[in-house]
Design a protein around this ligand. Structure first.
Ligand SMILES: C[S@@+](CC[C@H](N)C(=O)[O-])C[C@H]1O[C@@H](n2cnc3c(N)ncnc32)[C@H](O)[C@@H]1O
Length: 234
């Protein structure tokens, strides 16, 4: 199959999968823990969003270590899901735009949003944003679900949305570290990998340097990395 057809087919499958998850088990689709299944989420909703606040504190720490701060910035949260990170980021950023391909996810995100500086949008391809339109981009546990050819396209598109001197914090899995295809999770969602050198190549092609690769989860990086990209100023 030609590259373009492949990407088109992969996108249709991706969107179908996440629309189903958004309809049937949105919170579990973000964190695959039984506490967040539809039958148990009501008693655990605070715990769910608290995890988002912790992750955002960690992102702020990583940003500081790399001479960046989210305060006063216009931030894109790509694959925002039910708004776990967007809502926590809204406490610091000037504006947050959360985008997703799943209406069910966005419906839940909007339900929990009482910040005037957050907007949740359905977007298939990020085309509604001009180039260089964000000061910061975050995307966690999202790219790993996109098949590699399409994942590479998205990373490029995201980096083109960054203003000069601005930062993107994107995570990917870089090694095959888990078995997929048999358990409950993989019946719902695919998990994919992209070697670190390919991530770096996309950065270079889009005028960005990788300032840091922060191991996610296990210290040996088997769970992947948060890549900290900085867009060149010249
Ligand atoms: C595992 S959830 C993570 C949600 C959020 N980043 C968080 O950490 O709470 C992945 C989300 O990415 C969304 N997603 C997957 N592919 C996408 C795409 N191509 N464009 C926008 N959103 C996408 C899914 O619909 C889902 O809501």
């Amino acid at each position: 199959m030609e590259g373009e057809d492949r990407v088109h087919k992969d996108f249709k499958k991706l969107k179908g999968d996440w629309q189903k998850i958004g309809r049937e088990r949105p919170y579990w689709g973000v964190l695959t823990n039984e506490l967040f299944l539809p039958e148990s989420i009501d008693g655990n909703i605070d715990k769910f969003y608290e995890r988002g606040r912790k992750v955002v504190e960690r992102l702020r720490e990583i940003a500081r270590e790399n001479d960046f701060a989210f305060e006063g910035k216009r931030v894109l949260d790509f694959g925002c899901g039910v708004g776990r990170l967007s809502l926590a980021m809204a406490r610091y950023a000037k504006d947050v735009v959360g985008v997703d391909i799943s209406e069910g996810m966005l419906k839940e995100a909007r339900k929990h949003c009482n910040h005037g500086n957050v907007e949740f949008m359905l977007s298939d391809n990020l085309e509604e944003f001009g180039t260089a339109s964000f000061d910061a981009i975050i995307s966690l546990i999202t790219l790993q679900h996109i098949r590699p050819l399409l994942m590479k396209e998205y990373i490029g598109r995201l980096l083109r949305l960054l203003k000069p001197g601005c930062y993107a914090f994107l995570d990917t899995r870089t090694e095959v570290a888990i078995a997929t295809g048999t358990d409950e999770t993989s019946r719902y969602m695919e998990v994919h990998f992209l070697p670190g050198d390919e991530v770096e190549e996309i950065g270079t092609a889009n005028d960005c340097v990788i300032r840091a690769a922060v191991p996610r989860g296990r210290k040996d990086g088997n769970m992947g990395f948060i890549f900290v990209f900085c867009k060149n100023t010249t």
